[in-house]
Design a protein around this ligand. Sequence first.
Ligand code: E8B
Length: 232
Amino acid sequence: ILGGRKADPHVMPYMASLQLDGQHVCGGFLIAEQWVLSAAHCTEETDGKIFQVLLGAHSLTKPEPHKRLYRVRAQIPHPGSNIHNNKDDLLLLQLEEKAELNEHVQVLPFQREDRDVAADTVCKVAGWGTTSHSGHRPDELHSLERPVISRDVCNHRTRHDHTITEKMMCTDSRKKDTCKGDSGGPLVCNGVAEGVVTAGSRVCGNYKKPAIYTRIAPYVAWIDSVMASAAG
Ligand SMILES: CC(C)CC(=O)Nc1cccc(-c2cccc(CN)c2)c1
């Protein structure tokens, strides 16, 4: 997160850190007791290794009550996701067991109605992604509030030039933006997850490249069917 602030501890108890060999790779969030939603492109540099999911954390390294690392039983990328574009950039992770819910570990509801969030709506995004252009990786969760920008503005030829589909949304990226390692985290508007951070043009803090999110509502059927099929 560029230009954000250290989050107040445990005000986002749904946040997950997707880790490989104890290293934070991407964000994610708890959508059910045994399921985390993240971004498919987070598996790009993992050559088939399975993530572990850290829940209940504020600091990535310090011991904290309710902080717990979960093994993953299944990692299911959306069938339409690919490395060439940002389409269908979603990843479902089934935990080995149901997460123990408490004040520091909670499920975040996601939007089920497929209707665009109005432009200028201020939403919140959080993550352990880089906090500087030099690539500083924070130990503590950072958060940021950003206004939604319309798809028409985001699709302008000087911005993302008509690559933003109706299954994506954008927020302003001038100075304050998502960055490497924030992918997979939720964009929360009025207490509901509306989007999932995607890397897009993989630049950060440049107003000409607004932050892009995969909208969740268009994928409700897929999310529900995967969770139902693997249930039990
Ligand atoms: C395996 C993955 C971690 C590879 C990857 O995602 N790299 C990477 C590099 C630079 C910027 C970003 C990035 C992420 C989220 C939002 C944005 C744009 N605001 C950029 C992402």
